[in-house]
Ligand binder design. Structure first.
Ligand code: IMP
Ligand code: MG
Length: 181
């Protein structure tokens, strides 16, 4: 069990061994499915970075990586997402795999998929480490999912609270008091 466990956390839900073995399985499945294709892994900064770095090393194929950044802002009642960093490379005709840390309401992935689709990739799929279906608003197609999680606020392995806790090697739920603070 990991020794790093901040006071703000109440329980480790996925330790580093569980994450490692699931990432290896996902990497094997992607290796099988994308052989011979121009594979591009694209993630949304900053949360997806940790998963992307491990997943890329678990895929035994030539591939390239690229990054987007978005910032959520709230207009009226619905959450809206705005692009703050665009892709560096052309993805026209490529097999794009959008690698996400977590799909919660689905609004972010939905928005990013529409942006990517406009660049005419040959193939576009979603690989998310975590799926939190309880609060889904936008229906998003998920081709590869690491773990289905309960509706708790999670930190670690890329997931943050106000920029903190991303570097925890495991994924933990936060105490309610810490989320509300
Ligand atoms: P969405 O609600 O699916 O659009 O998710 C938007 C973003 O909220 C994700 O990319 C994460 O950055 C963040 N998010 C959702 N759930 C959690 C969580 O449990 N911990 C930390 N960040 C989260
Ligand atoms: Mg994110």
């Amino acid at each position: 069990m990991d020794t790093r466990f901040p006071d703000a956390c109440d329980r480790i839900l996925l330790d580093s061994a569980a994450l490692r073995s699931r990432v290896t399985e996902l990497g094997c499945a992607i290796t099988r499915d994308y052989e011979g294709q121009d594979l591009r892994l694209i993630t949304v900064l900053k949360g997806g970075l940790y998963f992307l770095a491990d997943l890329a090393r678990a895929i035994d194929l030539p591939l390239a990586m690229d990054f987007l950044a978005v910032s959520p802002y709230f207009a009226g009642k619905g959450g809206v997402v705005r692009l703050t960093k665009d892709l560096s490379d052309d993805i026209g005709g490529a097999s794009v795999l959008l690698v996400e840390d977590v799909v919660d309401t689905g609004l972010t992935v939905n928005y990013v998929l529409s942006l990517l689709r406009a660049h005419n990739p040959a193939r576009l799929d979603v690989c998310t480490l975590l799926d939190k279906p309880a609060r889904r608003i936008a229906d998003v197609p998920i081709s590869y999912c690491g773990f289905t999680m309960p509706d708790r606020f999670l930190v670690g392995y890329g997931l943050d609270l106000n920029g903190q806790y991303r570097n925890l090697p495991s994924i933990a739920s936060l105490r309610d008091e810490a989320v509300l603070a």
